[in-house]
Design a protein around this ligand. Structure first.
Ligand code: LFR
Length: 480
């Protein structure tokens, strides 16, 4: 087919963007139509301040972005939405019943107790194949059930499905993101038996669709508002879990590469045809998430750039005049620290004073934490690279994939210090980029659904590699 245009809406936990993309067999061009911060907010709930997303605010920013795309490209073929995983809105008779909870809200600890009292973690892993993360949707839903939040709710929609519903009026659950709920069975359908054991209403869960499915046209009221030509674009289900879209756009040869999708989180792993459900895999806390085209995203969550952004937020809150950019520059000039901390430690999950928690980690071991913000930034980068390297080695040994190249995509691909440190620790080259892998993977799946490009993931990745040639970091030492 000939090239055409789509809009990729990509909402990260730190920021969101609407990208205008031109896609064809030999065409892949992205222009940013809108970028906006995604700032969670604490709201008093009678006995505590709970952390929520402002999803209606995000939707408003998305609409502004789509209007900008429409002005530039009235003939737009398609729109697709992806976001971070696991979080959701509850609807009652079509209406959102309150802003969604943020997965970093600490209500989930109790949900873990509730679920594990009914179903053993081993059993959950055998069926759902997910690594244990205290915020997986099933734990959140167990809390909703107990607090009465499910009363009057008749629909559960993950964030991208919720935005798609607001755009089209249609309710569905896209499968890559649904795989992060913990409520899918081994065959990729809703796990009815588990849903019943957790005493969740089965009707909450919408029909599943695969990435690439056309969902429907824009609602008439929106189509009238947005300056698109004719009938306007179709809304298409993409790999709506942002990490699924990012993995589509990793320009890798999957049989010999590992990837690190590095944004707020660092998702470190390999792509497989089949899930790995061994005890070793569960003990290593590796996840089998659903990928586009039925692939398996076999990976582990490492804290990611959150450690940097949340530290900077704390320093700024204390009145220091620092920015991440200036600190990265200073950090690069410092010597490599001898003592690293465990960037995988769950204590770093919650919002709040991160430098303080890093200092505690060192103090508990009788070690001295770096004193200056730049020193802490350097320690974060080296510790992240160390955690990345460990996860790559574990992914390789548990999956049997021999890794001779590591791809870093997402915002972390811009961080030269991090890319080099990761290459050095692994002794293999790191190929960095594209930075906007998630939006690219989102756009490519839409382009394929719209007939603008055809082929398997290898074909799509070939195009990504030609258009966005990665930056290569050679390891300072070889072979680990
Ligand atoms: C990355 C991501 C991860 C998921 C985490 C929470 O943005 O989607 O894959 O584990 O956010 O949803």
């Amino acid at each position: 087919g000939r090239a055409g245009a789509v809009a990729a809406v990509d909402l990260g936990a730190t920021s969101g963007r609407v990208m205008h993309a031109r896609v064809g067999a030999n065409t892949l061009e992205l222009t940013e139509a809108a970028r906006f911060l995604n700032t969670p907010v604490r709201v008093w709930e009678g006995d505590r301040a709970a952390l929520h997303w402002s999803v209606t605010g995000l939707y408003s920013s998305v609409l502004e972005g789509l209007a900008a795309v429409a002005r530039a490209e009235p003939e737009l073929a398609s729109i697709g939405v992806d976001s971070w995983a696991v979080d959701y809105g509850l609807l009652g008779r079509g209406r959102l019943r309150g802003e969604p909870y943020h997965y970093r809200d600490d209500r989930t600890a109790h949900g873990v107790e509730l679920v594990h009292a009914t179903v053993a973690p081993e059993e959950l892993y055998r069926e759902g194949g997910l690594q244990f993360l205290p915020f997986n949707s099933l734990y959140q839903l167990a809390v909703d059930r107990e607090t009465g939040a499910l009363e009057g709710a008749d629909r559960f929609l993950l964030i991208p499905d919720l935005l798609t519903y607001w755009l089209t009026g249609r309710e569905h659950a896209e499968r890559t993101n649904a795989s992060t709920t913990g409520l899918l069975a081994a065959d990729g359908s809703w796990n009815d038996a588990l849903i019943e054991r957790l005493r969740l209403p089965r009707d909450l869960f919408a029909p599943l669709v695969d990435a690439g499915t056309a969902v429907g046209p824009l609602l008439p009221s929106l189509a009238a508002d947005l300056p698109f030509a004719g009938a306007g674009p179709t809304v298409t289900a993409v790999g709506s879990h942002d990490t699924a879209s990012a993995v589509v756009a990793v320009p890798m040869q999957a049989e010999r590469a590992a990837y690190i999708s590095c944004g707020t989180w660092g998702l470190v792993g390999v792509e497989l045809e089949r899930r790995v459900l061994t005890d070793e895999s569960r003990a290593a806390n590796f996840t089998n998430e659903g990928g586009v085209d039925g692939r398996v995203r076999y990976l582990h969550n490492v804290m990611g750039l959150w450690l940097l952004s949340e530290s900077v937020r704390e320093w700024q809150r204390r009145g220091l005049h620092v920015t991440l950019e200036s600190l990265l520059g200073e950090a690069a000039a410092l010597p490599r620290p001898t003592d690293l901390f465990d960037a995988d430690d769950p204590r770093f999950l919650a919002p709040g004073d991160l430098p303080g928690r890093i200092a505690d980690w060192y103090a508990e071991r009788g070690l001295r934490a770096p004193a200056s913000p730049a020193g802490i930034v350097r320690a974060i980068i080296e510790s992240l690279a160390d955690a990345f390297a460990r996860a790559v080695r574990t992914a390789s040994s548990l999956s049997g994939v021999t890794v001779d190249t590591v791809h870093i995509v997402g915002g972390g691909a811009r961080n030269a210090l991090l890319c080099q440190a990761t290459a050095d620790r692994l002794g293999v080259p790191v190929l960095a980029g594209p930075v906007e892998a998630t939006a690219i993977g989102n756009a490519l799946v839409q382009g394929r659904a719209a007939g603008l490009i055809s082929g398997d993931l290898e074909t799509l990745r070939g195009l990504v590699g030609r258009v966005f040639a990665p930056v290569r970091y050679e390891p300072a030492r070889v072979g680990v």
